[in-house]
Design a binder for this molecule. Structure first.
Ligand code: PMT
Length: 397
């Protein structure tokens, strides 16, 4: 994915410097040539040897290197991308102000390559107006910022400012370089269970948490795709994913009707209600009016509509939630809905389907082939689904 790409990896002095080691490993595994640069502060947190051992060449720390007298311009000029992870408040300030205080800040000023900066610091520092002003300045100059996350910080306290996960950082690098295996593709994913109103306060809902759909969206974005998630639930939004919030089957159908015609891949992981009340009551139905008779009608089958209108070259993926005859039922749905791939899960099995962090699936393709993926985390299921999508694309486009 990153073969032939030369990436300068700048590491500054924060506790999150240890995560730069994992970022480095992932970039090298992806085929990149990684040139590591550490600041003096970074050396308080990790040893040069660690990074040198994993990177493509030894760590550089100084402007004054007799073997390479002008490293500050050479490194920046030859880079395809400069990545700083973690970036301290000091580094952000120096970069925003155009100060060349050490090898890394010199390299940042001497490059015309895209720059990705991943700040990490305590919440108070991150929220300080000076730091936020520096971030705004860097953004306005086209620097890509990978926002820090919330979580446990160096002193054990919880807050915003923790370095983004290595996979998020690498996903950003892939996106900026346009290098992921799904780069240039538009992917639409649905997630969560629809909610159909009975009255002003009550709904017909189901147990879908949205975890499986979000995992697919996150994995597609990590592979470089442009991803829109049509979702009924609020979970942390994966990096690079745009979310469209919906509630009912009708709203989901309208949103997908807009997005699907221009998508290369559509994945319906949402659990759409099959029935809804014919009419929602105005206000709240009162208990003292007796037990209400709720008349139901079928919802539109969104996936059937998408299958009938599928543009040439699009890969359309459904999910089948079954409690018996998994493969037979799921294959019937695949055929009726004109899908390229059906992801069948037996939601009566332990750890499978609704709400769990895990899932186990059978991947049924329109050509009749089938692959099973044993119980694993939902991100791994997402990887298997998208690997299959890419195989299908390779044979049909
Ligand atoms: O969200 P999680 O808690 O992580 O759980 C994941 C999941 C169990 C919801 C997911 O793995 C899953 O199985 N999603 C599909 C659930 C479902 O609605 O299955 P189904 O067999 O009833 O429907 C088949 C397909 O038709 C689905 O892709 C569904 O989105 C689609 N459909 C169904 C009804 C309808 N009116 N319109 C549709 O488009």
């Amino acid at each position: 994915m990153l073969a032939g790409k030369r990436i300068v990896l700048g590491v500054t002095g924060g506790i999150a410097a240890y995560k730069a080691v994992e970022v480095c490993r992932r970039l090298v595994d992806g085929g990149a040539h990684v040139v590591p640069v550490m600041t003096a502060g970074a050396e308080h947190f990790i040893g040069r040897t660690t990074l040198s051992a994993l990177a493509s060449e030894p760590v550089q720390t100084s402007l004054w290197n007799e073997a390479s007298p002008i490293p500050h311009t050479r490194l920046g000029q030859s880079a395809d991308l400069v990545l700083v992870a973690p970036a301290t408040a000091r580094l952000l300030g120096a970069y925003a102000a155009g100060l060349s205080t050490d090898l890394l800040s010199n390299t940042l000023l001497a490059t015309r390559a895209p720059v990705v900066v991943c700040p990490a610091m305590h919440t108070e520092m991150w929220e300080h107006p000076a730091v936020q002003a520096n971030i705004a300045t860097l953004r306005s100059r086209g620097v890509h910022i990978v926002e820090p996350e919330s979580g446990r910080l160096a002193g054990g306290d919880l807050g915003h400012g923790r370095l983004a996960a290595p996979e998020t950082i690498v996903a950003k690098v892939l996106e900026v370089l346009g290098a992921g295996p799904m780069a240039g593709l538009t992917v639409v994913v649905s997630a969560g269970g629809t909610r159909e109103p009975i009255d002003a306060v009550r709904v017909i809902a189901n147990r879908s948490s949205g975890k499986q759909g979000y995992a697919i969206a996150a994995e597609a974005a990590a592979r470089g795709a442009r991803v829109t998630l049509v979702s009924t639930v609020e979970l942390p939004v994966p990096h690079g994913v745009e979310v469209r919030a919906v509630e009912t089957a009708a709203q989901m159908q309208a949103s997908l009707g807009e997005l699907a015609p221009t998508a290369d891949v559509v994945v319906m992981a949402a659990a759409v209600a099959d029935f809804r009340p014919v009419a929602a009551a105005d206000g709240k139905i009162k208990k003292d009016q007796g037990v209400p008779q709720i008349i139901l009608e079928p919802t539109p089958d969104i996936l059937t509509g998408l299958g009938a209108a599928k543009p040439a070259g699009q890969v359309l993926v459904g999910f089948a939630a079954e409690t018996s005859d998994l493969v037979a039922n799921a294959r019937g749905k695949l055929e009726r809905k004109q899908l390229d791939l059906m992801v069948a899960n037996d939601v009566s099995a332990p750890g499978v389907g609704f709400q769990h962090d895990t899932n186990a699936v059978t991947l049924l393709r329109a050509d009749g082939s089938a692959t099973t993926v044993a119980l694993t985390d939902k991100r791994s299921i997402a990887k298997a689904v998208l690997d299959t999508v890419c195989e299908i694309r390779a044979t049909t486009t």
